[in-house]
Write a protein that binds this ligand. Structure first.
Ligand code: DQQ
Length: 590
């Protein structure tokens, strides 16, 4: 990291401490707003999502302990039952048979004992043969130390696992000397090593400014001892929240693997959530079970420039293995990017994004993500477009659907790559800067082209998701940039409110590793009122944006395909479906 980056990180640390009143999970703390719930009737429907996971009101953050038990999917999540800002956190609990319709149960875990009286924070669930599911979570003690506790179901015969017990022999893991008791949290799902008969877990932490994933092992899932070395750590990355560690198959391009699976032809994934910047990165590597060492591949960056599950608004994610459909599923939280005042007015904040399957890409160099197939059951009316050539500056409207609530999947053909601009290698690790510099209206050789989502008919408001193709003279390969830009999403002048001027309207960006040999590149966006989740090149690069249009809302929203590059681009095929609301979405949540 350069000197200027180090100064930037230090500044972020100081700033984060100021805005968080010193509390070490960097959720902003607004004491006076923590316990002000809106009545259900007065919750604002304006930007609420229709098919994303949300409770009817209040604040949500991290997905916790996702699992499948006796044919029922469980999702726990950090929830404030009393207001639309972070605070009073409990483990809310929902169950589903299809990952689409959700029934809210009573919170599974909430502060009640000395070992969690000041907080029941994030964690995971492990199905332990002979014991059943065990939740490991972070408790904040009487004296504000972060420790790891366990909870078990009261009745294993209940597939809904309605009641959870927190035994009195908690905690199971405490920070010891040298560990930072205010940065020691978010235990992972455990994995079992057949060779030595031990379970292992990771706990996220930091040592000074070094991000650390401490490892603990246990034979009986109760007495845990710290291993000699952390599984992994990285200088100057700050607190590692919500680590996740799992295997992926190198050869099987269809199925996921159980968290404990070990054998030939696999790689391991270590994902961490960086508290300093609130984005995540992952590495792929080799996990040597004998030596208890994880060595990242070395070909991909480990640190600030690391690969991401999602290059947009996506945090505190967690995967689980779905034994029924043999797939690994990723849950991630998208925070609001409007203001706290807006959240309080709306009466809600935060969504869980559509669960995604996770596989290793055929290149072996990255993961690929795709919305779970169940989401397609919500598809209604369909419109199509085929072989539509777009000259420079041309756009076409996708008509006949309700664009505020659609699933749209398009394949573009860019033709020959000759006209592509030369890639400036100083942007190799800076896709975001490139998106900021070359937005959807800055014409290039090939691109920008893509979708214009949540738009007014006259483009007063719009959220473009687009590609731009460069030529990398060093590698002689195309370098494809993908951007999702919230900057033009919301009119500011119209609101007249200072708060709206402060709304966070970022441009997000990532590179897409494709060779464009056949000229084709696909883009799928799940658009849901204030969420745009976009999957480039079949999930090689994913970007989520949160936006709050003032005019392009409901029936007044439009969807376009566009090309602003000098070379014509063809829409080979486009399918857009109206998305229906699930029948059950946590009605009556507590
Ligand atoms: N959120 C939880 C913490 C975690 C953070 C608290 C990540 O356990 O580190 O609500 O968003």
């Amino acid at each position: 990291m350069s000197a200027s980056n180090i100064i930037y990180v230090l500044l972020l640390i100081v700033l984060a401490n100021i805005i968080n009143n010193g509390v070490d999970a960097k959720h902003k703390v607004f004491h006076e707003l923590q316990s002000k719930s809106k009545s259900l009737e007065s919750v604002s429907p304006l930007h609420r999502t229709s098919y994303h996971f949300q409770p009817p009101r209040n604040w949500i953050n991290d997905p916790n302990g996702p699992m499948l038990y006796k044919g029922i999917y469980h999702l726990f999540y950090q929830y404030n039952p009393k207001g639309a800002v972070w605070g009073n956190i409990v483990w809310a609990h929902s169950v589903s048979k299809d990952l689409i319709n959700w029934e809210a149960l009573e919170p599974a875990i909430y502060p009640s004992k000395w070992f969690d009286i000041n907080g029941t924070w994030s964690g995971s669930a492990t199905n332990v043969p002979g014991k059943g599911p065990v939740i490991l979570y972070t408790g904040i003690t009487e004296n504000h130390t972060q420790i790891q506790n366990y909870a078990i179901p009261q009745d294993l015969s209940d597939p809904y696992l309605k009641k959870w017990i927190k035994p009195d022999d908690n905690p199971i893991v405490q920070p010891n000397h040298g560990e930072n008791g205010s940065a020691f949290r978010d235990p992972t799902t455990a994995w079992f090593n057949k060779q030595d008969g031990y379970w292992r877990i990771l706990v996220g932490s930091k040592k000074n400014h070094r991000g650390v994933a401490y490892m603990y092992k246990s034979r009986n899932f109760k007495n845990w001892v710290k291993t000699k070395r952390p599984l992994h750590s990285k200088a100057k990355t700050g607190m590692w929240e919500c680590p996740d560690f799992f295997p992926v198959s190198v050869t099987d391009k269809k199925n996921g693997l159980d968290t404990s699976y070990n054998g030939p032809n696999i790689k391991h994934v270590l994902k961490v959530s960086l508290d300093l910047t609130r984005y995540e990165y992952y590495t792929l590597g080799k996990y040597n079970t004998k030596k208890d060492r994880y060595i990242p591949d070395g070909k991909t960056p480990d640190g600030w420039d690391g690969l991401r599950f999602d290059y947009g608004n996506f945090y505190a994610s967690k995967t689980f293995f779905d034994d029924m459909k043999k797939r690994r599923i990723l849950w991630g939280w998208a925070n609001e990017s409007d203001t706290v005042e807006d959240d309080v007015l709306k009466g809600w904040a935060g969504v869980q994004l559509i669960p995604r399957t996770v596989l290793l890409d055929t290149s072996g160099k990255q993961l690929v993500f795709w919305p779970i197939e169940e989401i397609e059951s919500l598809r209604g009316k369909n419109v199509q477009m085929n072989n539509q050539k777009m000259e420079m500056g041309q756009s076409f409207e996708v008509k006949g659907i309700t664009p505020a609530q659609v699933d749209v999947d398009v394949t573009f053909n860019v033709g020959s790559l000759e006209k592509a601009e030369t890639f400036d290698t100083s942007y190799t690790t800076k896709p975001l800067e490139l998106c900021n510099k070359k937005g959807s209206n800055v014409s290039g050789g090939i691109g920008p082209f893509g979708l214009i989502t949540l738009a007014t008919s006259d483009l007063e408001e719009y959220t473009p998701v687009f590609f731009r193709v460069f030529k990398d003279v060093l590698t002689k390969k195309p370098k494809v940039l993908m951007c999702s830009d919230a900057k033009p999403s919301t009119l500011e002048t119209d609101t007249g409110s200072d708060q709206k001027q402060m709304m966070y309207k970022p441009s997000f960006g990532g590179f897409v590793d494709v060779d464009l040999a056949d000229g084709k590149i696909s883009l799928r966006s799940l658009i849901d009122h204030s969420v745009v989740e976009s999957f480039g090149a079949k999930g090689k690069t994913v970007i989520t944006s949160r936006v709050y249009p003032t005019k392009a809302v409901g029936e007044k929203a439009h969807l376009f395909v566009f090309n602003n590059g000098s070379q014509p681009v063809t829409v080979e095929s486009l399918n857009a479906w109206n998305m229906q609301k699930p029948q059950k979405m946590n009605q009556g949540a507590h």
